[in-house]
Design a protein around this ligand. Sequence first.
Ligand code: ATP
Ligand code: MN
Length: 436
Amino acid sequence: MIETELGNLRRSHYSDDIESSMDGDQVTVMGWVLTVRGHGNISFVTITDKNGEIPIVAKKGDCPDDVREKLSSLKAHSSIAVSGKIKASEKSPKGFEIIPTDLRVFSEVEKIPPFEPLAKTVKNIDTRLEVRPIDLRRKPLQHIFNVRSQVLKSIRDYFTGQNFVEINTPKMIATATEGGAALFPIFYYNKEAFLAQSPQLYKEQLTMSFEKVFEIAPIFRAEPSRTNRHLAEAISIDLEEAFVDYNDVMSRIEEIIKISIHTVNDYAKNNKDVEFIIPEIPENIPRYSYDELIEKMQKAGAKTEWGDDLYPSNLKKIGLEGFYFIKDWPLGPKPFYVKDSKSNPKISESFDLMFGDLELSSGSTRIEKRDELEERMKNKGMKTDAFEYHLGAFDYGVPPHAGCGIGLERLIMALTGTENIRDVSFYPRDVDRLSP
Ligand code: ATP
Ligand code: MN
């Protein structure tokens, strides 16, 4: 056997596995240097691992001199392993400290990073993104991304518990689905292709074979503007279900929101230093119609008429807060696959889920009849030939179906009170940023 560089050195305990009752036990901990303080004969070093902090106290006479000297010379962020004895200590905020006997320095840091590891806020996001993995070590971001992971898990659990099948659909596609303007063109061998704006048509098709499907995957939008709520690459939680309409989808979203808030609350309970602004769990999420909101806005003095989009400034004017749905939107601007309302052909069986003035999700009942679909495409000036790969499926019994896409980043913004979408994406992509 070839000996590896790490050899058989392994962590025996995470920070949160250790307590004062383990006084005298031998442990090996690993992590990153957070702070080093000391003077001559004694060094206090704090290291952090995935779960928290570990105080190391190296005092002349208690531990080997070379270990103490090396420890006291380390700079923040160096990654190390420390073996030693647990010592119960009332002076330590953790109730214990580690008296080191052995030290291994994996990567020694020479540079001083552009911000402090303990900094709660660092104003300039560009400074932070330049060294994103270090930025992500900061507590506020640790909490956001840890909770994001748990919210994703609870949403996945919800779907699988409800017998949904998790799907993956192509991200390199031949035709636009959500309107052509915001597409990213790519080379696909010797042809032009695009990055998918949504899994829309594929997830609809898959209701024919699996009935209830969901996908959690990137969507690509060449958003032309710089805002705090748009990314060029975002994660969409898509669901699509057969034999239901948009009312059922709104009910599912209600469940998903409740479960997600529970998850965030649990996380906050287990992590005392969390500073999220967590929304209340709604009993029911109110469902307003587009018509009624336009009327309210007009009464409140907004210059807006039927058919206009509902602008954030106007939503603010009528004081809408927290989670709510806006349903029955005008059909005109809706994509071709959105079903028109049988009682009023000018409106659609569609909804947006809102949080204040932030759109979290759009959903609708979809058209299941080929001729209706073709007519809608023609009215929008689309070439039906290019969509034959999709339309062809409609010759073989597409069920009535409905679904939605929920923006994961926007959901996490709403659940944690985060203002900038770039703070809930590991490596945000926007007009100005294609790296790191
Ligand atoms: P907006 O009007 O806010 O630009 P949209 O109506 O164009 O959004 P949809 O096509 O309805 O977006 O997409 C469904 C959901 O996906 C949105 O409600 C949002 O949560 C999310 N989403 C869409 N585009 C983006 C983006 N560029 N960045 C982050 N999330 C997005
Ligand atoms: Mn939308």
